[in-house]
Design a protein around this ligand. Structure first.
Ligand SMILES: Cc1cc2nc3c(=O)[nH]c(=O)nc-3n(C[C@H](O)[C@H](O)[C@H](O)COP(=O)(O)OP(=O)(O)OC[C@H]3O[C@@H](n4cnc5c(N)ncnc54)[C@H](O)[C@@H]3O)c2cc1C
Length: 322
């Protein structure tokens, strides 16, 4: 029997932008809310991977630093005083009975009527390339994300990739680094068109299509790279001090499958109201998949509101506040 004082209406797993917005929305819907986050700080990937990058595609903000967006989302989330548990990773989820869900972390158990999973891409590691020197020089000029741009000030930087992140990194580093080169191996970019236009008009040297990284040189730190045209085989040796690889993430959703959740491809399968296959368990943000899903903060915020509304209705079928 779970004590009433221990029971929450909504527990949000993950305090990235989507989890923070879910916590805010749950407060707005008068839910007793708990937010549990693995790391000692809130913010998700905006803080761990790109705090200094500008974001241009969040509603109401023509331009905002990732770090500042998290400050504002946190302020918004905290106005209804959710219980915030930092430094605890949810390792287990069990449905004990109708509207009784138990969450287990290494430090203890948490109880909730409903859960909103906003865990980003779960446990993830950056996708790497099979180039021996990349592994040897990790930490000495090889980057997979940039918690700060300062180490790259005045440096010659090579960015590898052609998605939104790679294009954003290259543009963000222009003006900070001495030189920026971007290589992309596909025949077109997988990034927002306006940003690609901005990239092509910038001082970044863009090598595409079919350009990839072939070799990294350097003994104790990166000093150069060999890039090549994968079609023609033609190679080019360039001098660089740093290489930023932005070629995707390898995600591990196995723990969520073990909880009993239905996983499709790289995400937790949800219906249009963000419910999963488990009663009382909802999901939102980068962790979910459905036809047409896009991996953006703005999409995740909408999903968080939908998920919380569905959770509220599940707890109280008569609630009218949506
Ligand atoms: C380099 C880069 C640049 C980007 N730029 C943009 C941009 O300009 N605009 C845009 O809209 N999007 C951008 N994105 C995408 C954006 O970061 C994601 O869409 C967004 O972070 C998703 O938010 P989230 O809250 O779902 O996940 P996350 O930000 O990943 O947060 C998930 C949180 O859940 C926590 N967590 C995970 N598992 C558990 C667990 N078991 N227990 C407790 N906590 C857990 C994690 O520690 C993490 O803090 C970018 C992504 C990258 C990598």
């Amino acid at each position: 029997m779970v004590r009433q004082s221990e029971m929450y209406d909504v527990t949000v797993i993950g305090a990235g932008p989507v989890g923070l917005y879910a916590a805010y929305y749950a407060g707005l819907r008068d839910c007793r809310t708990k937010l549990i986050e693995t790391y000692p700080q809130v913010g998700g990937r905006l803080i761990s991977m790109y705090p200094e990058k500008e974001i241009f595609d969040v509603a109401g903000h023509p331009k905002i630093l990732a770090r500042d967006l998290i400050v504002q989302l946190t302020e918004q989330a905290m106005q209804y005083r959710p219980t915030v548990v930092l430094g605890e990773r949810v390792k287990g989820l069990k449905i004990l009975g109708e509207r009784v869900i138990e969450l287990a972390t290494a430090k203890g158990l948490h109880y909730s009527q409903t859960v909103v999973i906003a865990a980003g891409c779960g446990a993830f590691v950056p996708r790497k390339l099979d180039i021996p020197q990349l592994i040897d020089l990790e930490g000495h000029g090889i980057y997979y994300y940039l918690p700060s741009f300062e180490p790259l000030r005045g440096k010659k930087v090579l960015v590898v990739g052609g998605g939104n992140s790679a294009v954003d990194w290259a543009l963000s580093l222009e003006g900070i680094a001495a030189e920026v080169t971007l290589v992309h191996r596909m025949y077109r970019f997988q990034a927002h068109e306006a940003m690609v236009e901005r990239l092509l008009a910038s001082n970044v040297t863009v090598k595409f299509p079919y350009f990839g990284l072939k070799e990294v040189t350097g003994e104790e730190k990166v000093t150069g790279a060999v890039i090549w045209n994968e079609r023609s085989g033609k190679e080019e040796r360039i001098e660089v001090d740093a290489i930023v690889l932005s070629i995707g993430m390898l995600t591990n959703l196995e723990p969520f499958r073990q909880w009993g959740l239905s996983i499709v491809g790289n995400g937790i399968a949800v219906t249009t109201d963000m419910s999963t296959n488990m009663p009382g368990v909802y999901a939102a943000g980068d962790i979910v998949t459905y036809p047409g899903k896009i991996l953006l903060i703005s999409a995740g915020a909408g999903e968080a509101a939908t998920a919380v509304n569905a959770a509220k209705e599940y707890i109280d079928a008569g609630a009218l506040g949506r």
